[in-house]
Design a protein around this ligand. Sequence first.
Ligand code: SAM
Length: 275
Amino acid sequence: MRGHRVPLFVVATPIGNLADITERAREVLASCDAVVAEDTRHSGNLLKHLGIQKPLHSLPAFDEGARVEPLVHRLVNGESLALVTDAGTPAVSDPGSVLVRRAVEEGVAVVPVPGPSAAIAAVSATGYPEGRFHFAGFLPRKASHRSQMLAELRPLRAQLVFYESPQRLAQTLADLRAELGDRQALVARELTKVHEELARGTLSALERQFSGEVRGEVVIVVRGASELAAADPAFLEADVRARLAKGERPKQIAEALSGRYSKRHVYQLALKLKR
Ligand code: SAM
């Protein structure tokens, strides 16, 4: 059967702050026939908070493949389903992609209902100039796989976004430093929650900062391969203006930024901006 009109909605939900639920997510959850949830108890609480009562079907991460066919059957038979996960956007390091793929194969319309995602929230707060990012999700646990993946990421001229558990944060920061160099990075902890923290610095400084017990959820964003920074003239100009404002001389500025940009280019830019 092709071209079913009743869709599978893929609904983003808050990553901590319940006020981040969107109007559209509310409407879809209220109007669908049933909700498919990573954890029915967790999402049951969200629905209760929203004053919505719906049948809930379970789609746990560890068992997605085995649970999908009865759900596809429901869709094909005209039931509209809304897929949600414990937090954020389904299928982003969360279950959902198998169900979405099977729905597509069966000609069921898939309708994304966008909203919060920890990765996007963290990227939006870096202020880095790369203008693009690579979502790497959770790194493999096995050391050899981990370093192989990091070796693949090393030359990318894009911010690198990782999810990590708080217990492994310090070790992962150390691995990132060892494999990528001591780049600038952001650790975004407990986004949208009461104890939200955005810690910025080199990977080694962040490793020291988070060497003790860490609580909550974290996203790590690491600067891309360094030549990229040089590619954005607006960032260079902002750097030079800031240094001039602090009283640095054009020659000093050219020297300080010589690792990333042509010395002559910076010197001439600094002279021009100084005038
Ligand atoms: N699908 C979710 C999304 O769109 O962000 C991600 C689910 S993944 C299983 C869970 C990971 O997301 C956590 O280990 C953490 O790295 C990150 N995360 C989720 N909520 C977060 C928050 N409020 N603050 C920081 N990181 C968060």
